[in-house]
Design a protein around this ligand. Structure first.
Ligand SMILES: [Zn+2]
Length: 306
């Protein structure tokens, strides 16, 4: 009962904890651009997050359907981004990425843009195939943006990295750049869908993004160890069907993972009608195992990291 009271208190305080609005002039903050899922029934954009540091938008994780509008509302600056991560190629994580490239066409960016995504399998493209299908200058659906692949036409070149299942999660994806942020990727179990979690480190803070996953791989607990903020997608309620559990973690598993990782704070996101229906009950399941601060994502919510 104590935990329930504490959790509900934190939930009610969430709005004030999230002040001031992003970006704070100093320090690190996470801003949620999209806190929803793939169904247009919840007035939320699909998944997207931006990491702010000292007033600058440094890393973008996912660009799901609807997040294009939030990107503009949050005044994220395309020229400031050091990194874009696409966790997997479901529409609610990647559909607005090409629209962002078109918008970025007008931003005046010159330096290349590092980008990472998973390698593919028979059912899903890897990052290179996704880019080719989208913007290959000869065959891509949006071939008029093909300059992003080679830097022609005044467009900044994308620098894509595919992360395979056997990749080393301790390798900094930006290791060869001048960037003052570090980004790591780890494959996560999301049914048959190749998917990545990301860890962004800046100014001594670490923000770990679970992406969509079922929580079954203990390697992710190491990957998320002592995160300043762990962002986990609470898509399904407790007791969901087996097929859903192949794709997503139940709330009780989310709590176990966050506790085992020793995360300082937990931000629950990627809500859908089925996980919102008994939100308090689902959050309580998380809190049964995890006794740190639990926060609930809202579109444009700003979460400074002390
Ligand atoms: Zn999703």
């Amino acid at each position: 009962m104590r935990r329930l009271v504490t959790t509900l208190l934190l939930l009610s305080m969430g709005a004030s904890w999230a002040e001031p609005a992003c970006p704070p002039p100093e320090g690190v903050a996470l801003q949620v651009l999209g806190s929803g899922g793939p169904i247009a029934d919840d007035a939320r954009a699909s998944t997207a997050y931006v990491v702010w540091a000292d007033g600058r938008s440094r890393a973008l994780i996912d660009m799901g359907s609807g997040s294009f509008v939030r990107f503009g509302e949050a005044r994220v600056d395309f020229t400031e981004l050091d990194f874009v991560g696409l966790s997997h190629f479901h529409t609610d994580h990647a559909a607005d990425f090409v629209a962002l490239l078109k918008s970025g066409n007008f931003a005046g960016r010159e330096r290349p843009l590092p980008l990472a995504g998973p390698s593919g399998n028979r059912r899903f493209p890897g990052l290179h195939d996704f880019l080719a299908a989208s913007i290959d200058p000869e065959t891509g659906a949006y071939r008029y943006l093909g300059g992003y692949l080679d830097g022609s036409g005044g467009l900044p070149r994308l620098v894509p990295t595919e992360v395979a299942g056997d990749a080393d999660a301790t390798e900094d994806l930006l290791g060869n750049s001048e960037s003052t942020i570090a980004v790591y990727a780890q494959r996560v179990p999301h049914g048959i869908v190749p998917a990545l979690g990301f860890r962004v480190e800046v100014e001594g803070r670490s923000i770990v993004f679970s992406s969509d996953q079922n929580g079954s791989d203990p390697a992710f607990i190491d990957f998320a160890k002592h995160a300043s903020l762990l962002v986990v997608h609470m898509v399904i309620p407790e007791g969901a069907g087996e097929r859903a559990k192949q794709l997503h973690a139940e709330p009780s598993r989310i709590g176990e993972v966050a506790a085992a990782a020793g995360a300082e704070r937990l931000l629950l996101s990627h809500f859908m009608a089925r996980s919102l229906r008994d939100l308090d009950g689902n959050v309580q399941r998380v809190a049964d195992s995890y006794d740190g601060d639990i926060l609930l994502a809202e579109d444009l919510g700003c979460y400074p990291i002390p």
